[in-house]
Design a protein around this ligand. Structure first.
Ligand code: FBP
Length: 547
């Protein structure tokens, strides 16, 4: 495999570890925990893994452990730093006993069920240290939820003498990790399951998890691109750029990119919902900013759009909720063409929702009515919201022009940044954070824990001061409707409108809309002054400052 000079130089980087993980550890247990919601129901569903304490690691005495093997799974969308979680786990497991082995299951949870695996040797591992991507073993979106899958899993885990399985994933995959941990504990199978918080979307965070890994690098990559566009935009002064960024439901990525780049407009889905804005309200908001800039002779600008915005417009949200129920009906399971599916939903939804459905452009309506991903999510990355909004803004401006209002010229360009950032070479922050998460997982395993997520806190401080430990996954759960049924799931963290990052944005956005106050963050740097190379996201810094 040919490698770039950057990759060669990056391979030599030794990621930093928190002080507590630099030698043998002892686990300090906190008080018993409770789930964030529906305590009685979650306790009943997870009798063996509910209520466990939060763990913090501190320096301890060495303990000799007999050799053991560990399995690892990458689940869901790629996120920068995944290879470092694996290298941290690999080094951690080997440091406990060089005879220990690490096995990777191929292409996600499906690899466990189908018994597809490979041993991660030290030669293989060395080719992937500090690189982006999940390609060492691949990832997949198979949902681990059936007893049959768990039983197939235990066969291969026993065959490979695996004592613990580490699942690297987002909220849905960690929910499944918890269900699997509970099942194996209830059956006394002697296999531990540990989760690890991954997703560029940044929506797997709470009191215990400061950020999901990959968010830092992905936002920095998109911000570089948005900054480059803003330079171009400010040089040619002839286009409005509509830029959609990934993030699924939550707007954390859009918000962080706005904090880094200061675009003219950034929409925040959570605010659109809180203010009960209609699609027309959103379009009018953008069109007003365009017309105001035109008055000053500025026929150019940038609009950042979170990919999930459509789901947050209240009327469309209601429609999606009913579509989810209708698509979960038994009769819907045998439909095998897109047209038939659209006809089926039209016949089964309420009149009110049918009116909303028919008011949408056909391509958007079709996407809402088509198949969900395996976790029941609308595939928002496939909806071209950036084009939909610019088309509607153009139509609104044309009406205003006709009415005699000055609206200037409105030329547009469209962009969607998602896949461009998910496999970027991890920033120093993600390289260190991920390595620490993986290494820490080996300590949770050595301490016999199951149903825990590996956590590293205090990450706005230098790495040596980071705090390592584990949080019971059940602590983050509540019941939510999925595929038409109430299910235990990890509560997703959306942008908080009273949180420090949004408040900072809200206090500055009027000025950014009017002035051309662009910031050009430039590419991620790996060597150089710490204020350039090692800064966490602005979101995390503002959140930390507010505490
Ligand atoms: P995860 O939640 O699995 O980390 O995936 C995040 C994400 O990149 C979303 O931002 C995006 O909507 C989705 O994956 C795209 O899915 P796919 O990779 O299947 O196209």
């Amino acid at each position: 495999m040919a490698i770039s000079n950057l990759q060669k130089a990056r391979a030599a980087y030794q990621p930093k570890l928190p002080k507590a993980l630099q030698g043998p550890v002892k686990a300090i247990e906190g008080a018993a925990t409770q789930s964030v919601g529906n305590q009685a129901e979650i306790k009943e569903l997870f009798p063996n893994t509910y209520g466990m304490p939060i763990i913090t690691f501190q320096p301890g005495e060495p303990v000799a452990l007999p050799p053991f093997n560990v399995g690892i799974i990458l689940s869901g969308g790629q996120a920068p730093g995944g290879h470092n979680v694996i290298s941290g786990l690999f080094d951690g497991v080997k440091s406990l006993n060089p005879a220990n082995k690490l096995y990777g299951f191929i292409l996600g949870p499906g690899g466990l069920v189908d018994h597809k695996y490979m041993e991660i040797t030290s030669e293989l591992m060395d080719k992937y240290r500090n690189t982006g991507g999940f390609d060492i073993i691949g990832s997949g979106r198979t949902k681990l939820e059936e007893v049959d899958q768990f039983e197939k899993g235990i066969q291969i885990l026993r065959e490979l003498n695996i004592k613990a399985l580490v699942i690297i994933g987002g909220d849905d995959s960690n929910t499944n990790a918890c269900v699997l941990a509970e099942y194996y504990a209830a059956k006394n199978y002697g296999v531990q399951v540990i989760g690890c918080p991954k997703t560029i979307d940044g929506d797997l965070k709470n009191e215990q998890i400061e950020t999901s890994f990959g968010f830092d690098t992905a936002c920095k990559t998109y911000s570089e691109l948005i900054g480059n566009i803003q330079r171009d935009c400010n040089s040619a002064r002839k286009y409005w750029h509509f830029i959609k960024v990934m993030g699924r439901s939550a707007s954390h990525i859009a918000l962080e990119c706005a904090l880094q780049c200061q675009p003219n407009i950034c929409l925040i889905s959570e605010e659109v919902e809180a203010k009960a804005m209609s699609l027309d309200d959103v379009v009018t908001y953008i069109a007003n900013a365009v017309a105001k800039r035109a008055e000053e002779g500025n026929n150019f600008g940038t609009v950042v759009i979170p990919e999930g915005i459509i789901e947050f417009i209240p009327a469309i949200k209601k429609l999606i909720a009913e579509l989810n129920d209708v698509l979960a009906l038994p009769e819907a399971q045998t439909i095998n063409s897109a047209n038939e599916q659209i006809e089926f939903v039209k016949q089964h939804i309420s009149r009110e929702n049918l009116a909303v459905f028919q008011s949408l452009p056909t391509d958007v309506a079709a996407q809402l009515a088509l198949d969900r991903d395996p976790h029941g999510n609308v595939q928002v990355s496939l909806i071209e919201t950036e084009k939909l909004l610019s088309r509607m803004v153009a139509a609104k401006l044309a009406i205003w022009k006709h009415q005699g209002k000055y609206v200037g010229k409105f030329g547009t360009q469209h962009h969607f940044f998602g896949y461009e950032g998910r496999c970027a070479a991890p920033s120093n922050y993600d390289a260190d954070y991920c390595y620490s998460l993986g290494y820490n997982a080996s300590r949770l395993i050595a301490n016999g824990k199951t149903g825990y997520m590996s956590i590293i806190k205090n990450t706005t401080a230098p790495a040596a001061e980071w705090v390592a430990g584990g949080v019971p996954i059940t602590m983050m759960m509540n019941l939510e409707k999925r595929n038409g049924k109430m299910k235990p799931v990890i509560r997703k963290a959306l942008v908080e409108l009273d949180g420090a990052p949004f408040k900072y944005f809200a206090a500055h956005r009027e000025e950014w809309a009017k002035e051309t106050a662009y910031v050009y963050p430039g590419p991620i740097q790996y060597w150089g002054p710490s204020e350039v190379c090692d800064q966490p996201t602005i979101t995390l810094q503002l959140e930390k400052k507010a505490k």
